[in-house]
Design a protein around this ligand. Structure first.
Ligand SMILES: Cc1ncc(COP(=O)(O)O)c(C=O)c1O
Length: 378
C-alpha cells in the first residue's frame, strides 16, 4: 500500500453529492460573479470564524495585499514577517508596494518570534504580519502588545489555520485583519483558487470590498487604485458545500496528530495544551538527515514534503540569496531539517500506522540501536 502525501480526490468523493449540487445551483442561476453564493458564503464563513464580516477574494495572496493596502501600507513602508512561510506571504507585501522585512522564528514553535520582530521595527515599519504556520496560532498576545506600543497594524496570515482560535476567542479579537486562503490543499479548500479577509470592523470590510472590485462601488467608476480579485460564484458555492464538514475534518486532523505524537514524537512546537489553537494543516517534524529519511519513506511508498526548503530572506524575489547565510540562524537550520508527514482528514488509521512503522524502521539502523538523527523539535 502507498501513502500519498495528500489525496484531494478522496476529499471531494466524500462530499460529492453536495459538490455536484453546488455547481448545478450556480449553472441554473447563471450568475457567476458577485452574487448570492458569495454573499451567503461570506455570512457563513464570518459566522464560522466568530467574526462580523468576511470578504471573499481571488486568493490568499491578494487577500493579504488588500488587508495591507486597506491599512494604509504602501511604497516606502516596511512590513515585518516570518522568513518561514509560503513566498506568497511576502509577495503580498511587495504587491502592496512595501518592503518585506524578515525576523527570525522561535526555536521551539518555528513561528515568528515576537522579540525578534520587535527588534526589526524601524521608523518605516507600518505593520507586522505573523503567520499561523502549519495551523498553529502565533503569539498574538505579544504581537497585539508590540503593534499597539509602536502604533502599527497587525495582519494575521491564517492561510493555514482555518478554524483556529486563541484562549477561546476568535482570531479577530486580536487584530482588525485575519486572512485566509482556500487553495485546494488548505483545511478548507476550493476546487481552484480562493481567499477571504475576516474582520469585526464594518469600515474595514467596506474598504476591502472596494479594493477587491476595481475600486468600484455601484457604477463603473473607480474611486481609488484597486485590484480585480473576487471569489467567484462556483468557488463560493463549493466552499459552502464543504464548510459544514470543516469542524469534523479539523477534529480528525487533531486525532491523527495525537496518534503520530504518541507513536513517533511531537510535531515542531509540540502539541499545545489548548487544542483549539492548532488545526494541524501540516504535521512537521525535524530530522538531521532529512534527505535520507525522505528517500527511505519514498522507498516505502510514503509521500512527504518540505514546508519550506528555503527561507524567504534567501530568495531573489525579496532581495536575498544564500549569501545571506547566518542572518537568521534559527530558520536557516530549521529549513534544513523540517519534513512534513502525510496528515489529512481522509487519511486512514492503517495509512497512519504505515507511516509510523516506516519511521520506526528508519530509526533502527542495521548496526546498532542509536536513533538516526530523528529528534523532536522541543
Ligand atoms: C501561509 C500562507 N500564506 C499565504 C498563502 C497564499 O495563498 P494563495 O495561494 O491562496 O494565494 C499561502 C498558500 O499558498 C500560505 O500557505
Amino acid at each position: 500500500m502507498k501513502v500519498p502525501f495528500l489525496d484531494l480526490g478522496r476529499q471531494t468523493a466524500c462530499c460529492r453529492g453536495e459538490v455536484d449540487a453546488a455547481v448545478a445551483r450556480v449553472l441554473d442561476r447563471a450568475r457567476y460573479v458577485l452574487d448570492i453564493e458569495l454573499e451567503s458564503f461570506e455570512r457563513e464563513w464570518a459566522a464560522f470564524c466568530g467574526a462580523r464580516f468576511a470578504v471573499g477574494v481571488g486568493n490568499g495572496t491578494q487577500a493579504l495585499e488588500i488587508a495591507l493596502r486597506a491599512s494604509g501600507v504602501g511604497p516606502g513602508h516596511e512590513v515585518i514577517t516570518s522568513p518561514l512561510t509560503a513566498p506568497f506571504t511576502a509577495q503580498a507585501i511587495l504587491g502592496a508596494g512595501a518592503i518585506p522585512v524578515f525576523a527570525d522564528v522561535d526555536e521551539r514553535t518555528l513561528l515568528l518570534d515576537p522579540a525578534a520582530a520587535e527588534s526589526a521595527v524601524t521608523p518605516r515599519t507600518r505593520a507586522i504580519l505573523p503567520v499561523h504556520l502549519y495551523g498553529r496560532v502565533a503569539d498574538l498576545e505579544a504581537f497585539a502588545d508590540i503593534t499597539r506600543r509602536h502604533g502599527l497594524d497587525l495582519v494575521q496570515d491564517a492561510c493555514q489555520a482555518h478554524g483556529a482560535a486563541l484562549h477561546g476567542r476568535p482570531l479577530t479579537a486580536w487584530s482588525r485583519w485575519v486572512v485566509y486562503s482556500f487553495y485546494p490543499t488548505k483545511n478548507l479548500g476550493a476546487l481552484g483558487d480562493g481567499g477571504a479577509l475576516v474582520t469585526d470592523d464594518a469600515e474595514a470590510a467596506e474598504a476591502a470590498r472596494l479594493l477587491r472590485n476595481g475600486g468600484v462601488r455601484g457604477q463603473a467608476i473607480s474611486e481609488l487604485p484597486a485590484l480585480n480579485s473576487r471569489l467567484d460564484e462556483i468557488q463560493a458555492a463549493l466552499l459552502r458545500a464543504k464548510l459544514p464538514h470543516l469542524a469534523e475534518w479539523n477534529e480528525r486532523r487533531r486525532q491523527l496528530a495525537a496518534f503520530y505524537a504518541r507513536e513517533i514524537g511531537p510535531p515542531v512546537g509540540g502539541i499545545p495544551a489548548e487544542p483549539g489553537s492548532h488545526v494541524y494543516h501540516l504535521y512537521v517534524v525535524r530530522v538531521e538527515r532529512r534527505a535520507e529519511l525522505q528517500q527511505f519513506l519514498a522507498g516505502a511508498g510514503i509521500g512527504t514534503m518540505v514546508h519550506y526548503p528555503r527561507p524567504l530572506h534567501w530568495q531573489a524575489a525579496f532581495g536575498g540569496s544564500p549569501a545571506c547565510a547566518g542572518a537568521l540562524p534559527v530558520v536557516e537550520r530549521a529549513c534544513r531539517e523540517i519534513i512534513s508527514l502525510p496528515l489529512h482528514p481522509q487519511l486512514e488509521d492503517a495509512e497512519a500506522e504505515l507511516v509510523i512503522n516506516a519511521i520506526r524502521d528508519y530509526r533502527l539502523p542495521a548496526t546498532g540501536s542509536a536513533e538516526r538523527g530523528m529528534r523532536s523539535a522541543e
